[in-house]
Design a protein around this ligand. Structure first.
Ligand SMILES: [Zn+2]
Length: 345
């Protein structure tokens, strides 16, 4: 059993939710950032270290069960995609994410590998499975030189032409170590939005801005782009989120968790204008609390705490809070899903 389903972790997380978050988190949530894998979908690299918790699959059934634990009493819907790892079978992953989506509660995006995919294949897949858009990733674009991948390599013209013409969603995890600080990234992101106005670009993790210096001053030339949205997945720094709330219209902000990673225990922390994760279990991306000094809750609860604190600081109204947790994303998804229907459904 995954660690977050054990009575010990589950009950503690739910206690935090009850005591600190219950009055804040709205009744309906649309999570724009969830990863799904078929049974044995992590082969050949299985098990996958999910924030230090080894998992071998993450199916819609597991997601549905975990959402009940993570958001007690809430109605939760989600935009889902596979794990963007070039070592995994992305065709099988896409077929599972698309083929098993119910288009009522769970909606699929298609992993996009510019080297293995082409326009005909992608269009056929959209027609068959009803994918609402793409999930590109730097690792697909330049597998031998991931740190220097560029946005146009992740999203070649043929793919963006489809996204533009069919007015699809693109969940963009921006590349390069300096993220939004990188002027090349910002220029290419702007160009992408301007050149392909039919596509709706979702900037995952607010452009991976997990620390305040990673965002301050960098939204100036992005905030007016009508087709650019911002998801909050894994951001646990309340000042980063408050900065976003003050800089962009709330209609552009989308709640996202990054489940299943978000279900693991730990917290993202900023230290000296950088960030890392602190976790109770060893994980490649974290510093591990080997001395067992701390009691942790889930990343997901830490994200909700940060959103709550940011909403208070930015004096968001109650309607703004319900919009960013649900209405904004559901409207985006409904608009695409009304046009893109899977074959035979
Ligand atoms: Zn993710």
């Amino acid at each position: 059993m995954n660690a977050w389903r054990t009575p010990e972790e589950r009950d503690y997380n739910q206690r935090i939710f009850r005591e600190e978050l219950n009055d804040f988190v709205p009744a309906k949530i649309f999570d724009t950032h969830v990863h799904i894998t078929p049974t044995d979908g992590f082969l050949p690299g299985a098990p996958f270290s999910c924030g230090g918790v080894p998992i071998t699959s993450y199916t819609y059934e597991e997601l549905a069960a975990d959402l009940e634990l993570a958001f007690p009493g809430r109605q939760v819907e989600a935009l889902c995609f596979g794990y963007p790892d070039p070592k995994l079978n992305h065709g099988r992953n896409n077929a599972c994410v698309g083929g098993s989506a119910d288009f009522n509660r769970f909606f699929p995006l298609r992993l996009l590998d510019p080297h293995r995919d082409n326009a005909a294949l992608v269009n056929t897949d959209i027609d068959r499975h009803g994918f609402l858009g793409f999930k590109p990733y730097p690792d697909y674009a330049r597998p031998d030189d991931i740190p220097n991948a560029e946005i146009p390599e992740m999203l070649p013209d043929w793919a963006m032409a489809i996204a533009h013409e069919r007015r699809l969603l693109v969940m963009l995890h921006i590349p390069r170590s300096k993220r939004l600080e990188d002027p090349l990234n910002r220029r290419q992101l702007r160009e992408l939005c301007v050149r392909w106005p039919g596509a709706k670009i979702i900037l995952a993790h607010i452009g991976r801005a997990y620390y305040l210096r990673g965002i301050t001053g960098f939204l100036d030339d992005l905030r007016e782009l009508p087709n650019l949205y911002f998801d909050l997945a894994m951001v646990q720094h309340w000042e980063v989120i408050a900065h976003l709330f003050r800089q962009v219209p709330i209609s552009k902000v989308l709640y996202g968790s990054d489940i299943p990673i978000a279900l693991a225990q730990g917290k993202a922390v900023e230290i000296n204008h950088q960030y890392t994760y602190i976790t109770p279990r060893p994980w490649s991306l974290s510093l591990c609390d080997e001395k067992k000094k701390l009691q942790f809750t889930s990343f997901l609860n830490e994200q909700l705490r940060a959103i709550q604190q940011a909403a208070t600081a930015a004096k968001l109204s109650r309607p703004a809070i319900t919009a960013l947790f649900y209405d904004n994303a559901r409207a985006l998804v409904d608009e695409v899903a009304a046009r893109i229907k899977p074959a035979g459904r």
